[in-house]
Design a protein around this ligand. Structure first.
Ligand code: ZN
Length: 489
């Protein structure tokens, strides 16, 4: 199979033609959530970015194994090597078993992903289920001489590693700068160097999540799971590793170092990173008061929200920006997305009702090529959506009789919209019918108001006629003292 799909590789800092190691198979790994709180817009953007990549690869007829992990152990506060485990902290605050916290937020995450129409990955491994694999990798790294044990904990020796392998290649950081920017060890830390990172941590007596090991009863460092689990399910070398830009350093940088030290070579061919979300131009943060969860967005229940936004509106809003650009959230922008999405989905429904004519007045093939080109160019979804809206104008021209399409072109235009809008961008129709339901509801209410006014003016003929006409449409009315209830049968 040939195609010209190109992706921006964070490692080489350029767009490269996508060529899988073993076509038609593609190995795709994306970092999943640490499950200690409700999912927010940042989670949605990352999941949707790699969901669209997954969908597009499937559309290009690759056989994709998509692995997205769940971090349920070892992720400490502030991504540091010391401090409290994020899940344990939540468990302590809520008097829960840590795995209750994990289960609860994992279920919530899955529910949110389903609402956003994010496809399930092929495998969703959990860090706590791969302790043996992680310990094995630690032993390999120690054997290669790139890790050392201190008081039951094991640390990766960044300085030694950097002597033979460039550390900081992915994030473009230089070890000298990193060293001058880090505070010197305060005497509290047992690490040889502040840049060293934990592979295994000895658990203190109060730490509940712990496993026996060669070094101590403890738990793995956060970065280790992705090296161990990607290798287990995708092999020592695989095609694409994705994640948010916030994971680039230190998480992914450490991942590369672990793979090179443990397995002798870096595992990933293309590194892809989605950019961050800002809220009204500011970074999102719990301490800044502008932290909005997906559930709050879907319900509208947050002081910064002017209304509720449907999951499909959120999905469309995210896809209206290129995944490598920052995306600024505002009520205004989301309301724009809501209108745009409704117009797009409505047009597809209209297109399904168009009849073919003898000649075509538009070049459908050219539009298809333009759409393909946009997606092939590092998944440029905003440009793709722009072209689709060109098609929306055509659809209006077709329904208003200003344009015509012969049967083959009409079919091409339909499959263009079905493929790109439903299959690849993953936008679904239910939202449009929900929007349609809302309009229907408003119209019925309006007619009932006219009927109530007619009754008030003792114009019973009009009132009865409206009731009968509505009954003909399958809408029954039950009169109340102060108005009427209605239902569609
Ligand atoms: Zn990861």
């Amino acid at each position: 199979m040939t195609n010209n799909f190109s992706v921006y590789n964070t490692l080489t800092r350029k767009k490269e033609r996508f060529e899988p190691l073993n076509p038609p198979f593609v190995g795709l790994y994306a970092c999943g959530p640490t499950v200690y709180g409700d999912a927010h817009l940042g989670h949605a953007r990352q999941a949707i970015t790699f969901d669209v990549l997954y969908r597009f690869l499937l559309h290009l007829e690759y056989k994709v194994r998509y692995v997205r992990n769940i971090t349920d152990v070892g992720h400490l506060e502030n991504d540091a090597d010391d401090g409290e485990d994020k899940i344990l902290k939540k468990a302590r605050l809520e008097s829960l078993e840590p795995m209750e916290v994990v289960q609860h937020y994992m279920n919530r995450y899955h529910a949110n992903m389903q609402e956003l129409n994010v496809l399930d990955p092929s495998i969703e491994p959990r860090a706590s289920g791969h302790i043996i694999e992680q310990q094995e990798l630690i032993r390999k790294i120690m054997k290669a001489g790139y890790a050392y044990e201190k008081n039951g904990s094991v640390y990766f020796d960044v300085i030694k590693y950097n002597k033979s392998h460039p550390y900081g290649q992915l994030s473009g950081r230089k070890i000298e700068d990193l060293l001058s920017n880090t505070r010197t060890l305060d005497g509290q830390s047992e690490k040889n160097n502040p840049l060293d990172f934990a592979l295994w941590k000895k658990a203190d007596p109060t730490h509940i999540m712990r496993w026996p090991s060669d070094w101590s009863d403890g738990y793995p460092g956060w970065h280790l799971e992705c090296s161990a689990m990607s290798t287990k399910y995708l092999g020592m070398e695989f095609d694409i590793h994705g994640g948010g830009m916030d994971l680039l350093f230190p998480h992914h940088e450490c991942e590369i170092a672990q793979n090179v030290a443990g397995y002798g070579k870096p595992s990933v061919r293309y590194w892809m990173h989605n950019n961050m979300i800002t809220i009204n131009g500011k970074k999102m943060g719990r301490s800044l008061g502008n932290f909005i969860t997906l559930d709050e967005l879907f319900s509208g229940d947050h002081k910064m929200l002017e209304q509720a936004y449907s999951p499909m509106t959120i999905r469309f809003f995210i896809l209206q920006a290129h995944y490598r650009s920052t995306l600024d959230f505002s009520n205004e922008a989301l309301q724009g997305s809501e209108k745009g999405l409704m117009r797009l989905l409505k047009s597809i429904e209209m297109l399904d009702l168009v009849n073919p004519e003898e000649t075509s007045t538009m070049d459908v093939e050219k539009l298809v090529k333009k759409c393909d080109k946009a997606m092939m160019d590092d998944m440029n979804t905003p440009i793709l959506i722009g072209h689709l809206f060109e098609g929306v104008k055509w659809i209006h021209g077709l329904t208003e009789g200003r344009h015509t399409l012969k049967p083959s072109d009409l079919e091409k235009l339909k499959s263009l919209f079905h493929n790109y809008v439903y299959k690849i961008l993953g936008l679904n129709k239910t939202e449009s019918s929900r929007a349609g339901d809302q309009i229907t509801g408003n119209l019925v209410e309006m007619i009932l108001q006219i009927r109530t006014n007619a009754k008030a003016q003792r114009d019973f003929d009009t009132a009865d006629r409206l009731r009968d006409e509505l009954a003909n449409l399958g809408i029954t009315i039950k009169d109340r003292k102060d108005g009427a209830d209605w239902e569609i049968i």
